[in-house]
Design a protein around this ligand. Structure first.
Ligand code: B16
Ligand code: MG
Length: 218
């Protein structure tokens, strides 16, 4: 396939921050007087913070003024960051550190392509930030996934043609964004939900160095 650059999603691909998002959103929902289940949390994966709040309020059938929304979203993030600040390298998803190190050692450029505004802090916490040639996150985009903007900016930063890029994603919106960008998409997780991906893997442990070698081979 001769791919020349890689773009990694963060949550669900490098680290499982979804569980911490869930705890923080659940507390917010409970404070507003309704429950929020783990199944409902699936709806928030890969979705921006603002859109996540809108989905949550819809579940609770609650409407709030904008300033109140901003206030509770800020509190949710503060709560979420308390979990993030305790994270360590042992929370990096299986095989991902090896994959990133292999790419680095072989001078194959790679970027982050995440919806999170906390991405830089998370990568710093995991001691991975210096490995990345570029970082594109929720602070750099005006349009959220499934818009391809995040991945197109990443490709540009890597000086790579979108067709030469491989995106690794765990969210439907992310796979869609990669496909629209003309990139090769690898979907991690539910094969039915992520059936639009070019390659489906059950978990990050299936993203092997051999698979990487195959993707970049001339
Ligand atoms: P934050 P990703 C996404 O990260 C998460 O999957 C999603 O659940 C979250 O709402 C979004 O980041 C925004 O995160 O509140 O930290 O800005 O999967 O695109 O790496
Ligand atoms: Mg994700």
């Amino acid at each position: 396939m001769s791919k020349k650059a890689f773009i990694f999603d963060l949550d669900g691909v490098i680290v499982d921050t979804a569980k911490y998002h869930y705890k923080a959103w659940k507390k917010l929902a409970n404070n507003l007087g309704f429950d929020f289940t783990e199944t409902q949390n699936e709806l928030l994966k890969g979705v921006s913070r603002v859109c996540s709040l809108e989905i949550l309020l819809e579940i609770g059938n609650i409407s709030l003024p904008e300033d109140e929304k901003a206030r509770i979203m800020h509190n949710k993030n503060k709560h979420y960051l308390q979990y993030i600040s305790k994270m360590g390298q042992d929370e990096i998803l299986e095989g991902m550190q090896e994959v990133l190190l292999h790419l680095k050692e072989n001078n194959i450029p790679f970027s982050l392509g995440s919806a999170s505004k906390n991405a830089r802090m998370i990568l710093t916490q995991l001691d991975l930030i210096d490995l990345f040639d570029a970082i594109v996150d929720g602070n750099d985009v005006s349009k959220a996934k499934p818009d391809p903007e995040v991945f197109l900016i990443a490709a540009k930063k890597l000086n790579a043609n979108p067709n030469d890029c491989v995106v690794i994603e765990d969210a439907i919106a992310g796979v869609e964004a990669a496909n629209v960008a003309g990139m090769t998409s690898i979907g991690i997780g539910d094969k039915v939900a992520l059936r639009e991906a070019d390659i489906n893997l059950n978990s990050t442990s299936e993203l092997t160095i051999d698979m990487i070698k195959e993707l970049i081979k001339d």
